[in-house]
Ligand binder design. Structure first.
Ligand code: SF4
Ligand code: F3S
Ligand code: FES
Length: 233
């Protein structure tokens, strides 16, 4: 089957602004959008620029806007989209070239919430830090994040105020705040109680629709904001 593929292109060395380019691409129903992008790059225009690494939904590098919704190009298939497919860079982030956006601000926010284990105690040399199954289950959902940025870039609160820390950073804070082995929940909650922290979420749910890992992001945000309120009591 032939796919009518439109790609929002921008080359800072040639273009003043973004523009759509159209390609007719031979495809099978089970091809992924990433396969179509490769075909265009190999057969039509080698300058087409996009990020990808694992090609199997693990590395998080090929999130983009596909038919108006943030998706991973290596996960979404032609049979889920139809014969007309549009591909644009993630919204709300500066475009570097074609489908590549600047993720520096996104990762600065991720780092700002201390996304690592802080444990004051030192376990004996031959021991692990033990945890019950229930304690591990408490933050299981938020361990699944692959930092693709699809959630933060789909959030209208982030579009309106790009200083908002965003759902991805909150998800990664949640992963440690509710880890029974961690001792820095208070510090993280203090950071997220800032005006650009959890309060900017208006429960719009775009982030949940965008997440390729099926994380219940809104629930995680509500759990973090409840913990922040509890801490201030
Ligand atoms: Fe991507 Fe989901 Fe992580 Fe957001 S929470 S960065 S959408 S994997
Ligand atoms: Fe944005 Fe998701 Fe909250 S879309 S407003 S972070 S529920
Ligand atoms: Fe790694 Fe798609 S290329 S998630």
């Amino acid at each position: 089957m032939q796919i009518d593929l439109r790609i929002l292109r921008f080359d800072p060395e040639r273009d003043e602004k973004q523009h759509w380019e159209r390609y007719s691409v031979e495809s099978q129903p089970m091809d992924r959008v990433l396969d179509l992008l490769h075909r265009v790059k190999w057969e039509n225009d080698a300058r087409l620029t996009f990020r990808r690494s694992c090609a199997h939904g693990v590395c998080g590098s090929d999130a983009m806007m596909i038919n108006g919704r943030n998706r991973l190009a290596c996960k979404i298939r032609v049979d889920q989209l139809g014969r007309k497919i549009s591909v644009a860079p993630l919204p709300g982030l500066p475009v570097i070239k074609d489908l590549v956006v600047d993720m520096d601000g996104f990762f600065d926010k991720y780092r700002s919430v201390m996304p690592f284990l802080v444990a004051e105690d030192t376990p004996p040399d031959d021991a692990e830090r033990l945890q019950t199954q229930a304690e591990r289950e408490r933050y299981d959902d938020t361990t699944k994040c692959i930092l693709c940025g699809a959630c933060t870039s789909s959030c209208p609160s982030f579009w309106a105020q790009d200083s908002y820390v965003g759902p991805a950073a909150i998800v990664n804070a949640h992963r440690f705040i509710f880890d029974s082995r961690d001792d820095a929940a208070g510090e993280r909650l203090e950071i997220l109680a800032d005006k650009d922290g959890v309060w900017r979420c208006r429960t719009i749910f775009n982030c949940v629709d965008a997440c390729p890992r099926g994380i219940n992001i809104t629930r995680a945000i509500l759990e973090v904001s409840s913990a922040a309120v509890e801490r201030r009591r």
